[in-house]
Write a protein that binds this ligand. Structure first.
Ligand code: PHE
Ligand code: ZN
Length: 880
């Protein structure tokens, strides 16, 4: 066994907790390096659990005192070890435990438990952080009602926040201390506990729920940042309204607070009534945030808010069920964004993300099912598979059951499981009962990892006016799952007639076709459509109705036809992507051997038509004009990947498009310029996206006009979206223009950490050999710090995940640099280190020389003494 490898935890070993805790009264006294936590637990034996010892998790905390029913517990009645406290023979009736502990928030660099960020005390308890605050059965199936008293120096922490409603505040006479008492009436697992204390500013508002209750809303931020909270606050109100309308879910407390902190391992956290956010997903102003930042803020505010029902009111029985709250809540936030923005554009973006992260994860050594059945370190399972593929499973469920059936199942789920910790079985049972459908086969999606591949072949018999569509599915092995079963795959489709018209309800005897839906359930299926007016072109997997890799076997002509005629916007976009992928795959092979590729003019014409079509949403046109990424092409190839050849192919194609479409792109650029003040709404953002895409293609030509245009664009920008687009285009080619712009950008924003992150990221993603030495240099810049996760991700994370040619340098220097940072970060913040390390997950698909260089770095990390369990887990699985 490798050093510090944690034991395997298995779903099949789940047992109910032997003791339950109904009430928790916490008294927390804060000092920067000495916090005292007095915890009173009202516990009792679980009628549904086994008897025996009572284990309370505890990690890196000092036990100060321990009493049972008011009497100090003799040393012989408990054991204390590295991972907790065991009461060896607890009473066979209800009892009260008083536990006091001491912790040092300032020394907490892991950002789990109680820590300090920029002078603010805050907590992070998911998944297993509460045990770093006090001894507790720190598992999500122990639900308790919390009352929390916080005490601190007024000068240090004028603001004192916890979950639920504020019930009391006061001063401690004869001192500069004060206190606040918060009570949360809703039983919750310990991972949803939160406490924040500090000198914070805030903005406030109110929301009146559907039934007329008034909720006080507030966002707390570092003083001076209050004017950057408005967008988040409005997004919160939109989310609250939407959940009432779309799911019938009302907010339940009198208060909803959000706090933004600058040191946070993740995006945000849904603590009951007190969401804690990475400040990057709260703070926005036109001068500092891009359109993408605004969209992310809106989506994440919504996501955390939606957890109030899917996660908090109904939580997870154990961490294997993580997708029960995460997949469902991602689905909900995607639906929200679709409703408040553009549905097809949202879908295209979500599918791009899914493919870029989840498909890649599924194809490598870290692949796992949406509901994993084993883990060693739960922190490593907050993955694209659990979140993004988890959301796709909910979407498929909705497609299979229809809107009404889906809503009926959700209503039953909320009704039946409110106040409990549930499982995927509980969830699916609600849909089966509400609709009468058997979901046994569907459930396999939760157990089976890997991206299924679906191949479609069509045959038209003109004499018989008959079209035969054969669908086949397969799935490659993933770690621990050598053989795969066929899945139930919903394929939304249409047959398009020669004139572009959709053939209404084509006649078929197949029992697996229902209106516009094919339910593919077997390895191979042939569907016969009769009485067709002519040879159809199939439009399959509309709206990306299942998370599969589809090979539709369409000819170039058919793809051009779909790109032009399909009523389904997603598939029009997909057809162009498929064409572009073919061109790029071909071109990279030519570049790898020193040949020159050439370009089918019909592809250029197709893009020209979209670019010029004023009837189309500009955001959609921007998506069509945005070629597949380097990682898309690498994934398509799957083996012996040469990132330089892929990069050269992309540069070639973008440059050529910039030249061939020059007139149209310049036209778009000038038409869409505006003197209107910036507004972050989706429509305005879409116009900027199209204009910036045009600018980027013009810059890709490398000619003087293009560069001059970009320089002007950068200089004249009156918002961060345009300024960043200009800076990104300028810095793709190192030189004086790039350096000047970078220096200018630094001077403008040097005091603004979130904008400075963008400055680091831009330099981390320059696709030329100058990049790495420069990045190494930047790690020595006084503005850089390994202690701030956003900064580390902005520089090192962006390099590893967003700079394919330089991370994968043939000399291995990119791998060595990232490995060095992983090792440097690991001791202080294992979660951050493990996440950075997962950038190596595709190492086996590289060409042999790079593969060997990457493996050498993984082995060097694996051999390191004292590696955290987080990083040990990732490195071991990566090498298995
Ligand atoms: N539960 C959080 C979310 O999805 C993510 C998170 C996990 C945050 C673990 C912190 C720690 O919204
Ligand atoms: Zn979540």
């Amino acid at each position: 066994m490798a050093k510090n490898q944690a034991p395997v935890i298995r779903l099949e070993d789940y047992t109910p907790p032997p003791y339950l805790v109904d009430r928790v009264d916490l008294d927390v006294r804060l000092e920067p390096d000495d916090a005292r936590v007095a915890s009173r637990l009202h516990a009792r034996p679980n009628p549904d659990g086994g008897r025996g010892e009572f284990f309370l998790d505890g990690e890196d905390i000092e036990l100060v005192s321990l009493e049972l029913d008011g009497v100090p517990l003799p040393r012989s009645d408990y054991r204390l070890d590295d991972d907790g406290l065991t009461i060896t023979s607890p009473p066979d009736r209800a009892f009260v435990l008083d536990i006091s502990t001491r912790i040092d928030p300032s020394a907490n660099t892991q950002l789990m438990g109680l820590y300090r960020s920029n002078g603010v005390y805050c907590t992070q308890c998911e998944a297993e952080g509460f045990r770093r605050i006090t001894f507790f059965p720190d598992r999500p199936d122990v639900l308790a009602v919390y009352t929390v008293r916080i005490e601190a120096r007024k000068s240090d922490a004028p603001i004192l926040l916890s979950n639920g409603n504020l019930v009391e505040t006061g001063d401690i006479p004869g001192s500069d201390r004060h206190f606040a008492v918060w009570h949360d009436p809703f039983p919750k697992p310990s991972y949803l506990f939160a406490l924040v204390a500090g000198d914070l500013g805030h903005v406030a508002d109110t929301f009146t729920t559907a039934s007329g209750r008034e909720v006080a809303l507030a966002i707390y931020v570092e003083r001076g940042k209050e004017d950057r909270c408005d967008y988040a606050l409005q997004a919160l109100k939109r989310s609250m309204r939407w959940d009432e309308e779309a799911f019938g879910r009302e907010y339940d407390l009198d208060v909803f607070n959000i706090v933004a902190v600058s040191d946070f391992n993740m995006g945000a956290m849904e603590n009951k009534g007190l969401n804690v956010f990475n400040d990057k997903y709260v703070l926005a102003s036109p001068e500092t945030a891009t359109d993408t930042d605004y969209a992310n803020i809106e989506a994440i505010i919504a996501h955390e808010y939606f957890h109030n029902w899917t996660g908090n009111r109904i939580t997870c029985r154990d961490w294997f069920q993580l997708c029960l709250k995460e997949g469902l809540t991602v689905f909900r936030d995607q639906e929200f964004s679709s409703d408040v923005r553009s549905r097809p554009v949202e879908r295209i973006g979500d599918v791009r993300t899914l493919k870029a992260h989840q498909f890649v994860e599924d194809a490598g050594p870290l692949a796992h099912p949406v509901r994993p059945e084993t883990y060693r370190e739960i922190n490593n399972f907050y993955t694209a598979t659990v979140y993004e593929k988890g959301a796709e499973l909910i979407r498929m469920l909705k497609t299979l059951l229809g809107d009404g059936g889906f809503r009926a199942g959700m209503d039953l789920y909320f009704d039946r499981h409110d106040g409990t910790a549930a499982t995927i079985e509980d969830f699916l049972a609600c849909f089966a009962e509400a609709t009468g459908r058997d979901l046994t086969h569907f459930k396999l999606w939760y157990r089976q990892a890997g991206t299924p591949e679906v191949t479609a072949t069509g045959r038209y018999d003109a004499a018989a006016k008959r079209y035969e569509l054969t669908l086949e599915q397969s799935c490659r092995p993933t770690p621990g799952q050598p053989t795969k079963e066929p899945l139930q795959i919903p394929i939304v489709f249409a047959l398009i007639g020669p004139g572009g018209e959709e053939i209404e309800a084509p006649r078929t005897a197949s029992p697996n076709v229902n209106g516009n839906l094919i339910e593919l359930a077997s390895p191979r299926e042939t569907i016969v459509f009769e009485d067709l007016p002519g040879k159809p072109v199939p439009s399959l997997l509309r709206g990306f109705s299942a998370p599969v890799k589809l090979n539709a076997n369409l000819s170039g002509d058919d793809l051009l036809f779909v790109a032009r005629e399909d009523r389904d916007a997603f598939n029009r976009w997909q057809a162009v992507q498929t064409l572009a992928t073919g061109i790029l795959v071909d071109a990279q092979a030519k570049f790898a051997t020193g040949d020159r590729p050439d370009l089918d003019p019909r592809f250029v014409d197709s893009l020209r038509r979209t670019a010029q079509d004023g009837d189309l949403d500009p955001a959609f046109r921007a998506q069509v004009l945005t070629l597949p990424s380097e990682s898309d092409i690498a994934r398509e190839l799957g083996r012996d990947v040469d990132p330089d050849a892929i990069h050269d192919a992309g540069e070639w194609l973008r440059g050529l498009l910039g030249t061939r479409l020059g007139g149209e792109l310049r036209d778009i650029y000038s038409r869409l310029g505006t003197n209107e003040p910036y507004s972050p709404d989706a429509e305005s953002a879409g116009r900027r996206a199209l204009r910036n895409t045009a600018m980027t293609l013009l810059a890709a030509t490398g000619d003087g006009d293009g560069i001059a245009l970009v320089e002007r664009h950068y200089r004249n920008a009156d918002n961060m979206t345009d300024r960043m687009a200009g800076l990104a285009a300028l810095t793709r080619r190192p030189g004086a223009a790039a350096d000047d712009a970078l220096a200018d950008f630094f001077e403008r924003y040097r005091t603004d950490p979130l904008v400075l992150d963008k400055w680091f990221t831009i330099q981390a993603t320059v696709p030329t050999p100058e990049a790495l030495p420069r990045i190494v240099d930047l790690t020595k810049n006084p503005a850089f710090s390994l202690a701030n996760p956003n900064r580390v991700r902005a520089l090192v994370g962006a390099f590893a995940a967003g700079n394919a040619t330089q991370f994968n340098r043939p000399d291995g220097a990119g791998y060595r640099f990232v490995a060095d940072i992983v090792l440097a970060v690991d001791r202080a913040n294992p979660q951050l280190a493990a996440r950075l390390l997962s950038a190596f997950r595709s190492w086996r698909s590289l060409e042999p020389a790079r593969r060997a260089a990457a493996e050498a770095e993984l082995r060097r990390i694996a051999a390191r003494d004292g590696l955290s369990r987080d990083t040990t887990d990732i490195v071991q699985r990566s090498l298995e």
